[in-house]
Design a protein around this ligand. Structure first.
Ligand SMILES: N[C@@H](CCC(=O)N[C@@H](CS)C(=O)NCC(=O)O)C(=O)O
Length: 222
């Protein structure tokens, strides 16, 4: 089953002042996992039904590793250590002024978050050790399997792919990127596998195709 969707790149944050969020038939749900839970419930998707309890627990642990630990090492790498790597992400999406603001003003807030969360209190080499070990754990657990928990994808693959896709395609020149390409090729192949299966039109979607809708919000079809 596939659900028709349209991405909204207007930059509007959720009620929780975070992104991503989704809107479905007038319901707005903030947070990617809560969004998935909502859709799963509403459309009776029965996600992860084939996973054993043990595998569900492992999948959850890897999701949290990706979203709540590796993520912060990536924030540090991209916003503090090597903001130039953000250029790929921002491409032509932002004007030069917005790019400057994104890197510096948002960078300032990300640094504060890194401090509050705790990752920002570690030294540069300690943060990279954490990032490297998270990536290695993902690579070792994935091994030669097509997806994290076996032959078919599960919800945790959404999170893990989301993070790794940034590492593989968006963090140009970062230690994370260099490490996976040099040492953990199964993670690169994993990203390519998920991309090719779920987004056969990836290249077109990654092109910027703006249009203005009735509310004069700028959307970007990706
Ligand atoms: N667990 C949340 C994480 C959301 C999150 O932290 N998003 C970041 C961008 S990747 C954000 O909105 N940051 C803005 C802020 O924290 O003020 C989810 O998966 O939806």
């Amino acid at each position: 089953m596939s659900i028709l969707f349209q991405n909204d790149h207007s930059g509007i944050m959720s009620s929780k002042r975070k992104t991503p969020w989704l809107e479905y038939n007038g319901n707005t749900i903030a947070d990617s996992q809560l969004g998935m839970d909502f859709l799963s419930d509403r459309l009776d998707l029965q996600l992860d039904i084939n996973l054993s309890q043990e595998h569900r627990a492992v999948a959850r642990a890897f999701r949290e590793l990706a979203e709540e630990n590796l993520y912060w090492t990536m924030c540090y790498e991209s916003f503090v250590r090597n903001p130039k790597s953000l250029d790929v992400l921002l491409k032509d999406v932002f004007s030069p002024l917005k790019k400057f603001m994104f890197k510096n003003i948002i960078g300032f807030f990300v640094k504060r978050q890194l401090w509050s969360q705790g990752m920002g209190r570690h030294s540069d080499s300690e943060i990279w050790q954490i990032g490297r070990e998270d990536l290695t754990a993902l690579s070792q657990y994935l091994g030669e399997k097509p997806y994290l928990m076996g032959a078919e994808p599960c919800q945790a693959d959404c999170s893990v792919f989301g993070m790794l896709a940034m590492v593989v395609w968006q963090m140009r020149g970062s230690r994370h990127e260099q490490f996976v390409y040099a040492e953990l090729p199964n993670l690169v192949q994993y990203c390519e596998r998920v991309r090719d299966r779920f987004w056969p039109d990836w290249d077109n979607r990654c092109k910027r195709l703006d249009f203005v809708d009735d509310n004069h919000k700028i959307y970007c079809q990706r």
